[in-house]
Design a protein around this ligand. Structure first.
Ligand SMILES: *Cc1c(COP(=O)(O)O)cnc(C)c1O
Length: 375
């Protein structure tokens, strides 16, 4: 991939991608931009994993790829009890149990390429597990900051990969603030801050289109916590449209919970300060992000694609989880929130070609699932 640069979110200052920077001036958020054109002919003979798209991923030397040959997850049709049908990507089948491996594989590959030996990251669980696993595979040491109430299963998984765990007595926001401070003397491998993560999550869009024979869905229903999948998808679909491979970018339907709906509140109030909103308790811990730093970018993606935000209740999450378990799918309650949103979207009478995903495995959420079973 050529012609790539990092650009300050607001200042628009540009930086090359070959130095060890993760922020612009005054810790400004960076975005990655390129004039690269996706070329399907480059896929001939490539393996059935996300690195089949290496021509469109900003890693210079494929020897630096840190991979478990992940990705190209099955896209399967599922019919719901309301008789609606949708295509669902099985992203709960990734090595660490969530789609975060898409982003971690590419981000850690870039970190390896830059010669970085120590990284800092913060997470409510799955992103931490993903970064820790790939860092271990690349022999890069990492410190993972977690809120003290992170589930035992997720902490254990991160510890198993040998990461140093720092438990923060505070919420998700305070955890991110502490990690950010620590990253000032290290490198911030943040799934939301670091734009190389999105270069991995964009492969979701590539895979969906390729699996639909280079057709674009009419809508994609996605979780909206920090928006790492949502924004990655938007980048991926935009690249395919720019290359003339698909004729339109699908509508992006962003799912949040009633307990934590900063996107909805920000779009209504036009107050985009990410420090404004709070989260109540929700089973969907993976999208309980009251302060998504790329909130404005997410809202822009919804606007550009004619998409929207749908909110789901705790009852709807439980119903969706039970319905999926009834069909043999063991998903994380956070994933069930997205599926509840998908069912809601379909009930509105949208009978177009709709794609969604199972974002994470239920195997890490035994305690929450035990509660759902008793409810
Ligand atoms: C991280 C995560 C999400 C939400 O993704 P964002 O990038 O925060 O929007 C959804 N489901 C699972 C299982 C996750 O791990």
């Amino acid at each position: 991939m050529t012609n790539i640069q990092l650009i300050g979110d607001i200042s628009k200052k540009t930086f090359g991608t070959e130095s060890q920077i993760w922020h612009g001036e005054n810790y400004e958020l960076l975005n990655l931009e390129s004039t690269h054109k996706f070329d399907p002919s480059k896929l001939a003979g490539k393996p059935n994993n996300l690195w089949r798209y290496s021509d469109s991923i900003p890693i210079n030397n494929t020897e630096n790829c840190v991979t478990f040959e992940e990705g190209f997850t099955p896209l399967i049709p599922i019919t719901f009890s309301n008789k609606n049908k949708a295509w669902v990507k099985q992203d709960y089948l990734f090595p660490t149990g969530s789609y975060k491996d898409r982003g971690a594989s590419v981000l850690i590959s870039k970190i390896k390429e830059l010669g970085i030996k120590h990284i800092v990251q913060d997470s409510s669980g799955n992103a931490g597990a993903s970064i820790a696993a790939y860092a271990k595979r690349a022999n890069i040491s990492c410190d993972i900051y977690l809120p003290a109430d992170t589930s035992e299963a997720k902490i254990t998984q991160i510890a198993a990969y040998g990461a140093k765990i720092i438990k923060v007595n505070g919420n998700r926001k305070e955890t991110a603030n502490q990690a950010f401070e620590a990253a000032k003397s290290s490198y911030y491998a943040s799934h939301c801050f670091n734009p190389f993560f999105f270069e991995g999550t964009k492969t979701f869009a590539y895979e969906v289109c390729e699996q639909l024979n280079w057709k674009s869905p009419d809508a994609v229903v996605l979780p909206a916590g920090n928006g790492t999948l949502l924004l990655g998808c938007y980048i991926g679909f935009k690249e395919l449209a720019l290359a003339g491979i698909i004729s339109k970018i699908p509508k992006i339907i962003a799912i949040q919970t009633e307990a934590c709906q900063p996107l909805k509140l920000a779009s209504e109030s036009q107050n985009f300060n990410p420090q404004t909103y709070e989260s109540g308790y929700t089973l969907a811990e993976g999208i309980a992000i009251p302060n998504p730093i790329r909130q404005k970018q997410m809202l822009d993606a919804l606007k550009q694609t004619n998409g929207k935000i749908l909110l789901v209740s705790e009852t709807e999450i439980i119903q969706a989880w039970k319905e999926m378990a009834n069909q043999g799918f063991y998903i994380e309650p956070t994933s069930a929130a997205t599926i509840a949103g998908l069912m809601k979207f379909q009930e509105e009478g949208n009978d177009e070609l709709v794609v969604s995903l199972f974002s994470g495995s239920g195997l890490k959420s035994t305690e929450k699932i035990a509660k759902i079973l008793k409810s």
